[in-house]
Design a protein around this ligand. Structure first.
Ligand code: E4P
Length: 216
């Protein structure tokens, strides 16, 4: 399972990259706004920090506008993955870009039928939003399960990029279902390392080690 970090904060991305566990980055217009950075500049910095795909989202809603923006974005670096919304124009753009060998992440997916359309459009990644699905009274994890079943039925190569992950249980459920990628905020990735018994175990071992009077 690949781990992406969902942020545009350079310090957080650097910290995650240093763990050696980071496979890519996702950003969106809200995360760029939160960072307060210039879109092109910060995307370039992220691409230099991480070898894997870095999703950068188009703003236009029409196919021509999306193509124009994709042209600008894909010049930033080879590992830029163009993020398009799951709309008719978004999927038209997806088909065109992936046919030319450009990576595309189709975002804002809230139904398995939408995911089927994205796979038929040749998407590199489909991003179903688990947390936002849950927030609106739907079952985000069931959505991942349905997409996995459909993609396996037809051997689609589109990778399921579980997004809008809010806590480690979401990640655990996605891993059990077989999501290909999970994009998580830095805090959720950090929380994956934690266990009270690990902390207590370290405390106990260090206390006993101190009693030996030895040093390494
Ligand atoms: C994914 O690519 C999105 O940027 C992200 O996961 C959205 O998460 P949110 O619902 O927490 O904003």
């Amino acid at each position: 399972m690949k781990f992406f970090v969902d942020t545009a904060e350079i310090a957080d991305i650097r910290e995650m990259a240093e763990t050696g566990l980071l496979d890519g980055v996702t950003t969106n217009p809200s995360l760029i706004a939160k960072s307060g950075r210039d879109f092109m500049e910060v995307t370039k910095e992220i691409c230099d920090l991480v070898d894997g795909p870095v999703s950068a989202e188009v703003i236009s809603l029409d196919h021509a506008g999306m193509m124009r923006e994709a042209e600008i974005l894909r010049k930033i670096a080879d590992n830029v993955c163009i993020k398009v919304p799951l709309t008719v124009d978004g999927l038209k753009t997806c088909k065109k870009l992936t046919s030319d060998g450009t990576m595309v992440n189709v975002t804002l997916c809230f139904s398995a039928n939408q995911a089927l359309l994205a796979a038929k459009a040749g998407a590199t990644f489909i991003s179903p939003f688990i947390g936002r699905h849950d927030d609106n009274g739907f079952d985000g994890i069931q959505l991942i399960e349905d997409i996995r079943l459909i993609y396996d039925n037809y051997a689609f190569e589109t990778e399921i990029l579980a997004a809008s992950i809010r806590h480690p249980i979401h990640l655990l459920q996605c891993a059990k279902i077989g999501a290909d990628v999970a994009t998580m905020p830095p805090k959720v990735i950090k929380d994956l390392f934690k266990h009270i018994l690990t902390d207590k175990g370290i405390e106990g071992f260090l206390a006993d080690w101190a009693k030996t009077g030895q040093s390494l």
